[in-house]
Design a protein around this ligand. Structure first.
Ligand SMILES: CC(C)(COP(=O)(O)OP(=O)(O)OC[C@H]1O[C@@H](n2cnc3c(N)ncnc32)[C@H](O)[C@@H]1OP(=O)(O)O)[C@@H](O)C(=O)NCCC(=O)NCCS
Length: 167
């Protein structure tokens, strides 16, 4: 089956990408390649088959969050000996303006969650964490069940919930 996303490489047309949020555009244009080389994050892109235009991208990295930030209902099921909880950071997710509003964001998010779930089978990962740029991004993640973590601006979705999507 054809994969939705490819690993970022130097041949892709990064400089054409424009999602409307400068920080996310600049990241893809100037920094993503370096971060991938340095193993600071993995970057996956979705390309238009005909034109090779990058329709969207997202990044994944290892991460952890303090146990105290986890909502109490979940926290009480976790051992107190864990002061921080392993998670996967979906650091950035963006769709090019030309492709927004056509379901691409949803597809990329599902792809990122599926990859994260597969990773969690070999490396303990309690949740996927996102760091929304603004209220607009926060609303997008809320739609898919992400919950706000107190005092951090971050949001998370438990891997147990993600598992239920794919099994
Ligand atoms: C936010 C973003 C990723 C959404 O991608 P998209 O391709 O336009 O969204 P989709 O067409 O896949 O939308 C899927 C669903 O989410 C909804 N949605 C899209 N953007 C939304 C938002 N900001 N808030 C709430 N819901 C949103 C759509 O209405 C759609 O709902 P439906 O399935 O019930 O019709 C895209 O607009 C984007 O790249 N924005 C700039 C970068 C950014 O803010 N990234 C966020 C992470 S940092």
């Amino acid at each position: 089956m054809r994969q939705l996303t490819k690993v970022l490489d130097s041949r892709q047309r990064k400089s054409d990408f424009f999602c409307g949020k400068e920080i996310l555009d600049n990241y893809l244009h100037h920094q993503a390649g370096q971060d991938v080389k340095r193993k600071l994050s993995a970057c996956f892109v979705m390309e238009d088959d005909e034109t090779g235009i990058i329709q969207g991208y997202y990044t994944l990295a290892n991460n952890s969050i303090p146990l105290s930030l986890i909502p109490f209902e979940l926290q009480k099921k976790l051992p107190r000996s864990y002061s921080s909880i392993p998670t996967i950071l979906l650091g950035r997710l963006a769709i090019d303006r030309r492709f927004q509003g056509r379901g691409c964001g949803k597809l990329l998010l599902i792809d990122a969650l599926h990859k994260s779930y597969e990773i969690s089978k070999t490396i303990g990962s309690f949740a996927v964490v996102v760091d929304p740029l603004d209220k607009d991004a926060e609303n997008f993640y809320t739609k898919y069940g992400f919950i706000k973590l107190p005092d951090s601006g971050k949001m998370f979705l438990a891997m147990q919930t993600i598992k239920n999507l794919f099994e």
